[in-house]
Design a protein around this ligand. Structure first.
Ligand code: TRP
Ligand code: SF4
Length: 310
């Protein structure tokens, strides 16, 4: 079986954007690939280094979210990145051969610095983020890396590092191909991109009550002051959620009624929250069965080493 690898940062709770944008795809792929999924705790230190006190608990919660979403420990190997020291070792080796301009021109580098203004990201580790990611991927000689579109520059850099290493020394590392999750990115509650750093997410571990409250707080089409004002679903984040979580009947009805000024945003949001809750119910049920202890038992860093021949 071909190998697949992907990681997710434990910076906060897993949210609907991570779920639909990446993890859904992981769950589907785990039966066709020998799959390695890891919680990228070292990567999250690039942004939370000043206060990592929550990291330990966050990574456990994230592992629960992943198991609850359908990552099956009998099919896939899930582990904490820092438990497999070889990620760090390979990172050091790659750092020797990676030209600085390659890193400075990665678009996510400047974007993130703009996005997270309140933190000082002017560090060596943050610039080297994609070098560590290249180590994560190449360590497994993985052929497939399922990620969201925003990660494409990191994969391109991974291939460049592999080529440079192979050129200097010996043809050791295959160039991995990306597997883009063909999924439109989900807006956050405020209409910007859903991101932990903006605090505009819906965590998948939210209770149904919390989902109702979060959806109620969402931004809508600003043109709609009264229920009878004609709306523009295309610019409304609530409608983006309907398109993903509601049935096609509900989607067409909401679209027509919003444009005609026949449905109020409160009623529309109630339907939206109900649709999200319907999909989260089984996830919540599975999540409740995962204790911290069960998670610790199901993580398999030991298995990783033997699987890749270390
Ligand atoms: N950078 C990825 C993200 O933020 C997380 C990640 C770290 C990753 N290492 C990886 C993804 C290796 C795929 C493969 O989403
Ligand atoms: Fe958005 Fe729904 Fe209100 Fe239309 S009715 S603006 S789709 S929340």
């Amino acid at each position: 079986m071909d190998r697949l690898v992907s990681g997710i940062q434990p910076t906060g709770k897993m949210h609907l954007g991570n779920w639909m944008g990446a993890v859904h795809n992981w769950v589907k792929l785990q039966s066709t690939f020998r799959s390695f999924f890891f919680i990228a705790d070292l990567h999250s230190l690039t942004t939370i280094y000043e206060d990592p006190s929550q990291l330990r608990q966050h990574r456990i919660e994230l592992a629960k979210d992943l198991f609850a979403s359908g990552i099956d420990p009998n099919m896939s190997t899930l582990f904490f990145q820092s438990d497999v020291a070889e990620h760090s070792e390979l990172h050091v080796v790659f750092s020797m051969i990676t030209p600085l301009p390659w890193l400075e021109r990665v678009p996510t580098y400047k974007d993130k610095i703009d996005e997270i203004r309140e933190k000082d990201l002017n560090t060596y580790g943050f610039l080297g983020y994609p070098v560590l990611q290249a180590a994560d991927i190449l360590l497994y000689k993985a052929s497939a890396v399922p990620v969201g579109k925003d990660q494409l520059p990191h994969l391109e850099l991974t291939r460049e590092i592999a080529r440079r290493f192979n050129h200097f020394y010996a043809p050791i590392f295959p160039e991995p191909s990306d597997m883009i999750t063909d999924f439109p990115s989900l807006p956050g509650l405020d209409g910007r991109k859903m991101s932990k750093s903006y605090g505009n997410t819906i965590p998948i571990s939210s209770s149904s009550h919390e989902v109702n409250d979060l959806v109620r707080s969402m931004l809508t089409d600003p043109a709609r002051v009264r229920k009878t004002d004609p709306g523009h679903p295309a610019v409304c984040p609530v409608f983006s959620y309907h398109k993903i979580f509601s049935t096609s009947e509900v989607i067409s009805a909401v679209e027509a009624e919003c444009k005609a000024g026949q449905i109020g945003c409160i009623a529309c949001k109630q339907q939206c929250a109900a649709a999200i809750n319907l999909q989260l119910d089984p996830v919540r049920e599975r999540r409740d069965q995962w204790t911290d202890h069960a998670v610790a038992e199901a993580l398999q860093s030991g298995e990783v080493r033997s699987a890749i021949g270390l």
